[in-house]
Design a protein around this ligand. Structure first.
Ligand SMILES: [Zn+2]
Length: 273
């Protein structure tokens, strides 16, 4: 059984092992707790009925062979996609979105906070549990800046001695919308922080839409050093908003103390995700 510190310095690969039971003779890929360079994880001896644990196992194959959409692909789809919805699997982002959500979001990852919430729900006999919150996925792609993840846990909570055993499935749904002008404004601020990108982007979009260089150039005046002029040029091309969705499932298993004051799994915010 491994216990990770609850701060952003914990590597996601180690956070994945938090609250999980391992046999000492069969440690995880990251090695025994504390062995890896700068690892602050601790091993706790597991005693059935006396040691808490809680972990999720992903039940969705998120591996992808499709080409990963870059920011220009999102913008391109806005201009040529006629509003067609796209899925995270289709654009090669599902695995990264799940990893960001589960193990990297804020200090400890949403799986850890969800474990705390499920523990409190189970103690109160209040399952199934529905949850929903906004998340920042900008580290995966600028256009995922403000997305929503909503879901539902369906499972059982069974009292056993001082503990409650919890077991069930959590289903997650991601939803984001690429809109004009909000996302293009986000996009222009994203561009502002990356001075090498604007001109390259405009060349991509512009060449495809027949502006910029070439015989059918539209009379758009664009100063490549001025992001707002590029933004206006892009806006003049028009475009259609579209939705980005994704789904995944995870199996959840836990044993937590019935007394939340004794527990490593109390929800400090009492239900707000
Ligand atoms: Zn560690």
């Amino acid at each position: 059984m491994r216990h990770a510190q609850r701060d952003e310095r914990v590597r996601p690969s180690h956070r994945m092992n938090d609250g999980r039971i391992f046999s000492w003779s069969d440690p995880p890929d990251t090695g025994h707790p504390g062995e890896d360079h700068n690892c602050r994880c601790e091993a706790i001896t597991y005693v059935e009925g006396q040691t808490e644990f809680a972990f999720f196992d992903l039940a969705t194959d998120a591996g992808s062979t499709v080409e990963h959409w870059e920011n220009r692909d999102f913008v391109w789809h806005f201009f040529v996609g006629a509003g067609r919805e796209v899925t995270l699997s289709e654009i090669g982002h599902l695995q990264e979105i799940i990893a960001q959500y589960a193990y990297k979001d804020r200090a400890e990852g949403a799986f850890r906070r969800l474990a705390d919430q499920l523990a409190d729900r189970a103690r109160a006999g209040d399952l199934p549990y529905e949850f929903e919150a906004p998340y920042d996925f900008e580290d995966v792609a600028f256009s995922h800046g403000d997305a929503t993840v909503r879901g539902q846990f369906v499972g059982t909570a069974t009292a056993s001695g001082d503990m409650v055993n919890i077991e069930g499935m959590a289903r997650f749904g991601f939803e984001d919308r690429f809109t004009d002008p909000v996302d293009l404004r986000e996009f222009s601020s994203w561009l502002r922080e990356r001075p090498d990108r604007p001109w390259r982007l405009l060349q991509n979009v512009g060449a495809l839409a027949g502006i910029g260089s070439g015989p059918q150039s539209a009379p758009l005046q664009v100063d490549e050093n001025d992001v707002s002029s590029i933004f206006m040029a892009i806006s003049e091309l028009g475009g259609t908003a579209y939705t980005i969705t994704g789904e995944w499932e995870a199996h959840f298993q836990a044993a937590v103390f019935q007394d939340r004051n004794r527990s490593h799994y109390p929800d400090p915010n009492l239900g707000s995700p």
